[in-house]
Design a binder for this molecule. Sequence first.
Ligand code: IMP
Length: 197
Amino acid sequence: MKQTIVVATNNAHKLEEIRAIAGTAYNILGLADIGCTVDIPETSDTLAGNAIQKATYVKEHFGYDCVADDTGLMVDALGGEPGVYSARYAGPGHDSAANMALLLERMAGKTDRRAHFSTIIALTEGDGVRLFEGRVDGTITSAPRGTDGFGYDPVFMPDEAAPLTFAEMNAADKNAISHRGRATRALMEYLSNASDR
Ligand code: IMP
């Protein structure tokens, strides 16, 4: 019988991507498919803590194995900020432009501009949780460049694609080296090997 896995997202694009890679051995459902309409709590101060919290919430309340992720941008000169608070760095209700503006303001005059994105994916398994990580290293630019992508893409220049920022790359090129791409491929490799067992 096919194993059912819930992906803790309402993003149809994310679901389709995972369905395509997971193949026919898995029945991949989104939160809407299981009638989960609540805002799942994310109260941890680590990416792994939040990913585990979301995945286990679904397992405990709905009974399905679940995959959940959390991502952050860690800037060395800011002691790892914005990190787990990347989405709301400039405060609740602020957008990416405000988050980037605050980041560039705090980076003014800093010579160490090293940073990395990290994505942690948690997969519930029986009574435990398995974690997958993806990371990309780079630097923070002095001003935004490019119009593609989202979030901090215009101010992040990945080492492997310099001098381009993420926002100057097409989606396929970004996915090939990105934190999320790497973590998702690690999960998919695990799932496809598991489905052969
Ligand atoms: P989430 O956990 O995927 O929702 O990511 C949290 C926050 O990190 C987002 O709101 C963005 O601000 C930032 N972020 C995550 N992934 C990316 C990316 O690929 N590029 C730029 N910013 C990102």
